[in-house]
Design a protein. Structure first.
Length: 135
């Protein structure tokens, strides 16, 4: 398919699977605050925004803090695990995931959708499967 001449050229798309898997593992599964903050610095743009069903936060510190609060809320042994391979193009990527206690049943499923700029996450939408959102 020919490139639209009115569309500015896109930079080379990063390995979206590696980027979104690293986000799950290093940001949303790491219980060490300093390591989590370093991961957010490496994976997110400085002015990044994260949207989840409860609201939104902006900036690396706020994103790292949100991930830490989620880990505390869900308790020890709770982990997010990727399902399949992330897919994406033109600055947008998605990765399905599931979560629950290690060695336990899956209690939460959803999809992370990311807008990517300069190889980092600019915006992350955390989509929880509808049947699991408290009504």
């Amino acid at each position: 398919m020919p490139e639209n001449p009115e569309t500015p050229p896109q930079g080379e798309m990063p390995d979206v699977d590696a980027l979104l898997r690293a986000n799950l593992e290093r940001v949303f599964n790491d219980r060490a605050p300093h390591a989590r903050r370093a991961a957010v610095d490496a994976l997110y743009r400085e002015d990044a925004v994260l949207y989840d069903p409860a609201g939104s936060v902006q900036g690396r510190v706020a994103i790292a803090d949100l991930a830490g609060r989620l880990l505390e809320q869900f308790g020890p042994g709770f982990r997010f695990t990727p399902v399949g391979t992330a897919t994406g193009h033109h600055g947008l990527a998605a990765l399905r995931w599931q979560a629950g206690r290690e060695e336990g049943p899956v209690t939460l499923t959803g999809t992370d959708v990311a807008a990517i700029s300069d190889g980092k996450i600019q915006t992350l939408w955390v989509l929880i499967d509808p049947s699991q959102i408290p009504g």
